[in-house]
Design a protein around this ligand. Sequence first.
Ligand SMILES: *[C@@H]1O[C@H](CO)[C@@H](O)[C@H](O)[C@H]1NC(C)=O
Ligand SMILES: *[C@@H]1O[C@H](CO)[C@@H](O)[C@H](O)[C@H]1NC(C)=O
Ligand SMILES: *[C@@H]1O[C@H](CO)[C@@H](O)[C@H](O)[C@H]1NC(C)=O
Ligand SMILES: *[C@@H]1O[C@H](CO)[C@@H](O)[C@H](O)[C@H]1NC(C)=O
Length: 610
Amino acid sequence: MDTLDRKAEEPYEPYAALGLGGPRDTPFVKYKHPRIDNVWALTLTAVLFILLYSAQDVVPVIRLPHDVGSPALPAAEFDWYALETSKEVNWTSCYDGHLCARLLLPLDYLSSDADGPTTAIALRMIPAPSRGTADYRGTVLVNPGGPGGSGTNLVERAGANISRIVGHSFDVLGFDPRGTGASTPRVECFASPGERDIWKTQVGHQFLNASDHTLGIYRAREQVVAAKCEQAIGGELGIARFMSTASVATDMVKITEELGQEKLHYWGFSYGSILGQYFAAMYPDKVARVIIDGVYDGDNYRGALWNSNLADMEAVMDSLFSYCHQAGPLRCALYESTPDKIRDRYFRVLDRLARNPVAVPLAEPPAVLTRKALITQLFASSYKPLASYGTVVDTIRAIETRNQTTLTALARKIVDPTECSCSSGVLPWLAENDAFNAIACGDGEEHPYDPEYYAKYYDALVKDSPHGGPIWAVHYLQCAEWRVRPQWRYTGPLAAADTAHPLLLISPRYDPVCPLRDALAVRERYPGAGLLVQNSHGHCSLSAPSLCTAKHVRAYMEDGTLPEEGTVCEADELPFVGSVSDVRALSVDERELLEAMRGLSAVVPMFGGL
Ligand SMILES: *[C@@H]1O[C@H](CO)[C@@H](O)[C@H](O)[C@H]1NC(C)=O
Ligand SMILES: *[C@@H]1O[C@H](CO)[C@@H](O)[C@H](O)[C@H]1NC(C)=O
Ligand SMILES: *[C@@H]1O[C@H](CO)[C@@H](O)[C@H](O)[C@H]1NC(C)=O
Ligand SMILES: *[C@@H]1O[C@H](CO)[C@@H](O)[C@H](O)[C@H]1NC(C)=O
């Protein structure tokens, strides 16, 4: 298997590396493995702005949840369900200086009945500091991926940082796609969060393998979910029938119009790149700015195939070993004289676990650390190496040294903890839901399960990524068993030659689940679109802070400028290694921008239910 180190010796030619032929004229900037000395050969433009989030004129209205008996409710949590719904956006102050509303939109866009059933879409906005001045340019809608991720929660976790990046001219608005988050009705097939937790723990300690008994178990599990959902939310007016991406793209048109804007400004991550592709294909004349970041091939998505994703997964996993090596023994406790030796050491521990899982009796809840648990940890960490690779190393060290104190503390992070209580206190709008199936499988073409096809499918996926394949292969089964069909599905080409403004695609060079190859394929379908490659490992650009990327995002949003063909942005911080930019050379504003980017590295979008 390739190691990152070997790749670092090679020139950076993504097209060639992917066997896709070269770009027409301008070659990509040559890849150099990030090094401390030459990262800052960039000309830096200082953009001055101050965030005025002081809530002087916006007194937050904090309504306490009705169920004050529930001990886990944070005292200052905003009660979405107490917020009145309305057919026009009616802002209420919420959280700290933010604005919230619940907008009623038609449940069924194919129905001509103006008084027909509606769905309430939750909106949470950080108003632009420039509102009311000549600098104000409108509202950037954001989508955090999933499918099924909550945009209002993205604003909670990362809104201030995103707001700083897009600049003071823009509001940042997170909305919960229909059926998800605080939007109602919710796409919920389980009777309670507790029932869902118990169901999840039953999955056991074995990965899905298409050539052994686990296949039957995984299939039967998806049959259970599909049947429960069909019963709970698949009826005549069941929400699962109205959650297609076509409907969500149309909701974005309505939200934009409600805000008094003709066209959409948008930054979508991961599945948000699918939503962006649908939007641009369905409403090309409504594109003011559309950034899709961490790009999944819309055609593969709509085939409900989920098999173009893992092309670079192993490269991202391997980067743990090369960054560890690059950082040296003081910064990485698994350090060895070569990345390959670190890799061997990691997998030696995993091979031992395969035979002898580690008991962690004092963890709460008690846990057994299996090979599956650790591969899953590495898989999840590959989305956000900067924020998570340290924990992977800590875990391996603790197993090597049999340090129960550390393992007890880490177990909750490794094994999904199930709370032992009937009311877990999770706020209803933050609880897990079944949106992934309803959206992705509903959007997708139907493909009933075929054992021969699936055996080949599984092998090919595992070939792409021996460690990620067994995890990812479940998606195909989810959709093969799914029964509810959407009332409306977009089936036209996921392409547009005539968007009102060109799209901007952003792709990390090595994204574990949205490979650069997909971004290149999508770009061909939206002629004129720009492509910014960020030379980093992780899911979407947010997973690694890059001032260069932030400036391209700002320039595109403000002026519509696309990066030059072949632009590659370096990351300013690497796993284990730490900062690789000379902070002293930065202006105050650049430092703040970088600080905002850092805040995002742990908040990368979800994808595939992670
Ligand atoms: C807007 O919301 C407020 C409460 O937050 C309510 O009193 C008012 O009636 C609403 N207005 C409309 C037009 O719905
Ligand atoms: C699946 O099971 C077969 C047969 O036991 C085994 O040879 C193969 O390595 C397994 N595949 C994976 C990805 O674990
Ligand atoms: C376990 O790890 C912790 C944290 O690194 C350390 O403080 C402690 O001394 C270790 N315990 C043993 C028995 O090595
Ligand atoms: C963004 O994230 C950082 C964490 O790096 C945080 O300290 C900062 O205050 C956040 N907000 C803004 C506006 O950048």
